[in-house]
Design a protein around this ligand. Structure first.
Ligand code: FAD
Length: 371
């Protein structure tokens, strides 16, 4: 008899939801994480009384009432609505692309005028079958929107020229013909009051956790502790990179404390122009309508990734998908290991999607056991 039913590698949302649900079903869980804190990428670090989103700005949004009710068991959400701004060539614009943006860009006042402008631009600059990201964007929204908001920003994000990036990176570029700066279309949105750690603490309450433990540094011993393993780290690392290394984009965050109450008047300001090597500045207090005396801002710099850095965004090209498929097939053979979360599935997931996928996994296992 082993000490635990489940050893859960990774205390992010996937692992924490899994541990919570299995504990409710009377399973004994141990959650470990190699970082020195719980929560994975949603972790907030408190400084100057402000919850700093340590791994990038996180805004909860979903259309799924079940997931909304689920997270509301653990925290109360505030009424934050994400309405980022974009600074481009000295001017500030509202995002996402909507009637405010079009007014700021062209002076158009009615939806008819704005539509006409966009259609003219698409007719003039668009191409039939776009071969790269630039052609794709020009075909979807025309030159002005592309050059003001997309070109330089995207080139910084990917570290490549827009003409060298594949068209599929941009599938759609939604434009909105109302004066509505709400970035997301979802019904439910907000930031947990007290920060995301409140949710993680709620999920992991009463569950054994250990931080600063890397699974691979003590693999045999850790494996011997539990009947099953839930693995939420990088899938290629689990298999010793035997089919090759999956690639990511990384980010570097530079934090600054300012001795003023309000730095930029908004939580998120994108910096479009190439002259800034960061893509945005986050002012954390505005996520929670903070009234602290000081403020903390974070500049977000896209970076090339290597194994020593945090893996943020999977690079979903054919080469990586081929490699991933091999790992995926291999993972299906490991009967005692459950793979889940953004790193094991090599996919970008929003928080609500990760919670849904962890809940689905628990359901699947519980059903199988009953049969
Ligand atoms: P993670 O949170 O990464 O958890 C995995 C954990 O496993 C990590 O803590 C890691 O340390 C640990 N681990 C890995 N390997 C090992 C090992 N060998 N041993 C021990 N532990 C290990 N979602 C939204 O809904 N809204 C947003 O606004 C939003 N913004 C985002 C901004 C950025 C910059 C990024 C990168 C993501 C954003 N997301 C957002 C997505 C959100 O972060 C993820 O959906 C969520 O955090 C994924 O949870 P997870 O458990 O899969 O992974």
């Amino acid at each position: 008899e082993k000490k635990y039913d489940y050893l859960i590698v990774g205390a992010g949302l996937f692992g924490s939801v899994f541990a919570h649900e299995m504990t409710k079903r009377n399973k004994k869980c141990l959650v470990i994480d190699k970082r020195n804190h719980l929560g994975g990428n949603v972790y907030c670090e408190e400084k100057e009384g402000i919850n700093v989103h340590k791994y990038g700005a996180h805004i909860f949004h979903t259309n799924d009432k079940k997931i909304w009710d689920y997270v509301n068991q653990f925290a109360t959400f505030n009424n934050y609505i994400n309405s980022p701004l974009s600074l481009s060539k000295g001017n500030l614009y509202n995002l996402p692309f909507n009637m405010n943006t079009f007014y700021q860009l062209w002076g158009t006042k009615t939806p008819e005028e704005a539509k006409q402008k966009i259609n003219e631009q698409i007719a003039k600059y668009g191409v039939k079958s776009p071969n790269n990201l630039e052609e794709q964007a020009l075909s979807l929204v025309g030159k002005d929107i592309y050059e003001t908001f997309i070109k330089e920003y995207t080139e910084k994000q990917w570290g490549k020229k827009a003409t060298e990036l594949p068209a599929f990176i941009i599938k759609r570029l939604p434009v909105r013909f109302t004066y509505n700066n709400n970035y997301f279309n979802d019904i439910y949105q907000g930031i947990p009051i007290g920060g995301y750690n409140v949710i993680i603490d709620g999920l992991l309450k009463g569950i054994e956790t250990k931080t600063s433990i890397d699974f691979f540094e003590d693999r045999q011993h850790l494996e011997s502790l539990a009947n099953k393993i839930v693995y939420t780290g990088k899938i290629d690392e689990f298999f010793g990179y035997k089919f090759g290394q999956l690639e990511y984009r990384s980010l570097r965050f530079e934090n600054e404390v300012h001795d003023i109450e309000n730095y930029q008047g908004n939580a998120v300001v994108n910096y479009n122009d190439a002259q800034y090597s960061y893509t945005r500045i986050i002012e954390h207090k505005h996520f929670e309508f903070g009234k602290q005396e000081k403020t903390i801002i974070t500049r977000e710099y896209p970076e090339n990734w290597d194994r020593g850095k945090e893996a943020y965004y999977p690079i979903n090209n054919d080469d990586n998908q081929k490699v991933f498929k091999q790992y995926k097939e291999e993972s299906l053979k490991s009967k005692n290991v459950i793979f889940g979360g953004r790193l094991a599935e090599y996919r970008y997931y929003d928080m609500h999607q990760i919670i849904a996928s962890s809940l689905a996994k628990v359901e699947e296992i519980s059903k199988r056991k009953q049969e």
